[in-house]
Design a protein around this ligand. Structure first.
Ligand code: AMP
Length: 192
């Protein structure tokens, strides 16, 4: 199996690049952000609880996202592999993911970390906010809070994968196709 963690702060281009990666490499795309937005759209109890945190730019509890990911990994145990987008976001989630994959007799092949300067992240998210309909994309204070959560709780995961020799930084600035080419070079190496 080819299992990629596509990593980076909000606005780094994880969703855009995931769409291209799943097509090229026939992987299952697992985005916890999209799953949570689906729950909100369906007005489930989980969605209502998640919305409050998402609207404040805070992370939802580990247990919630780990359960969603667990369900989908089990459902697609015959897949070619997975692309994890926006997950894991904490050390507890990274540990849980390793356990889940071990129980499926597989593991993370690599973490691809998209590098984008903060100023560009904010302008990209504000631009996306004009059409995304996402309440967390329109307010600069909330965007700052999301980046703060990323720096405090998520960025340290680079070290977690570095220790396992699975960390691959990629320049996330440029044209979408250029960035995809950089990512593909890493994935092709991981496949060899
Ligand atoms: P995203 O679409 O990945 O930017 O996620 C949007 C929001 O959903 C985040 O700001 C968090 O509030 C929540 N979220 C998504 N994925 C996770 C995760 N793995 N852990 C905790 N919260 C998450």
């Amino acid at each position: 199996m080819l299992n990629i963690v596509l990593f980076g702060p909000p606005g780094a281009g994880k969703g855009t690049q995931s769409d291209k990666i799943v097509k090229e490499y026939n992987l299952i795309h697992l985005s916890t952000g999209e799953m949570l937005r689906d729950e909100i759209a369906q007005a489930t109890e989980l969605g209502k609880q998640a919305k409050e945190l998402i609207d404040e730019g805070k992370l939802v509890p580990d247990k919630v996202v780990v359960e969603m990911i667990k369900h989908l990994i089990n459902l697609h145990s015959e897949a070619n592999g997975f692309i994890f987008d926006g997950f894991p976001r904490t050390m507890a989630q990274a540990n849980a993911l390793d356990h889940l994959l071990t129980s499926e007799k597989t593991s993370i092949s690599g973490m691809i970390s998209l590098k984008v300067p903060k100023k560009e992240l904010i302008s990209r998210i504000l631009l996306r906010g004009k059409t995304s309909g996402r309440s967390d994309d329109n307010n600069e204070e909330i965007i700052e809070q999301r980046i703060k959560e990323y720096n405090a709780k998520t960025a340290p995961l680079e070290g977690y994968y570095k220790k396992q020799d699975k960390y691959f930084p990629v320049d996330g600035v440029g044209k979408i196709d250029e960035i995809f080419e950089r990512i593909s070079k890493v994935i092709n190496r991981l496949q060899d």
